[in-house]
Ligand binder design. Structure first.
Ligand code: FES
Length: 225
């Protein structure tokens, strides 16, 4: 079995989750939500050996658009190695890093468009997947979303700042992306509020139920470690 993560050769065997193989080999695949198929920080592009991986399940289909599937997109916390062969994956972070380092402006715009398309088309199914897993007890919202919220804020700020510094002309699309992200956060916060009876709201978001006309009754304090 040969597995390359961002060109780093890794030891892996049939039955391994991509994410676990990455951890075992100290190769970078993110896992802000702890492997709960929520954050997509473990998203990878499978460049080779897609047939050596398990078929995408419902959790992945809820978050990944057909367009990204067609480009080899998978979640490292859900894709399992099912047969011997050579697998080569590129993480989303590494793909972005290579685009920026290469000053590949057309590549960056295509990349941003694809990600934007995925966000707008898969947001409803992604949120409803999270909510239904919370309702069925397959997902602990406080544990999982706390991890996400504590990671997303600083990470997205860092990425945004780097974008703007590197590509000042992208300011306007980024503002639009920021508004879309804020809308998504508020939609998720409202959904969680319904599920948790008003006990859980995401930091930085307002809850339509409790913010109008009153403040959210409780917010989960998130601290950076
Ligand atoms: S680790 Fe969060 S979606 Fe896979």
């Amino acid at each position: 079995m040969t597995l390359y993560i961002n060109d780093k050769p890794c030891e892996a065997q049939v039955g391994d989750l991509l994410l676990n193989a990455a951890k075992k080999n100290k190769a970078h695949i993110g896992y802000i939500c702890g492997g709960n198929a929520i954050c997509q920080s473990c998203f990878v592009y499978v460049l080779e050996g897609a047939d050596c991986l398990s078929e995408p399940g419902e959790d992945e289909k809820a978050f990944i658009s057909d367009k990204l599937f067609a480009e080899g997109g998978r979640l490292g916390c859900r894709a399992t190695i099912v047969k011997e062969g050579t697998i080569r994956v590129l993480t989303r972070a590494e793909k972005f890093r290579r685009i920026v380092l290469g000053l590949n402006v057309p590549g960056f715009i295509t990349y941003a468009q694809t990600i934007g398309y995925n966000v707008t088309t898969k947001l409803p199914s992604g949120i409803s997947s999270i909510v239904s897993r919370v309702q069925s007890g397959r997902l602990n919202p406080v544990d999982s979303l706390g991890k996400i919220a504590s990671g997303i804020g600083p990470a997205s700020l860092l990425v945004m700042n780097n974008f703007v510094e590197t590509f000042p002309f992208m300011q306007m699309p980024l503002d639009m992306a920021g508004n879309a992200a804020k809308g998504a956060l508020e939609a998720a916060s409202g959904a969680l509020c319904t599920v948790s009876g008003g006990r859980l709201h995401l930091p930085g978001a307002s809850c339509p139920t409790h913010d109008r006309p009153q403040e959210a009754i409780e917010r989960v304090p998130i601290k950076l470690k």
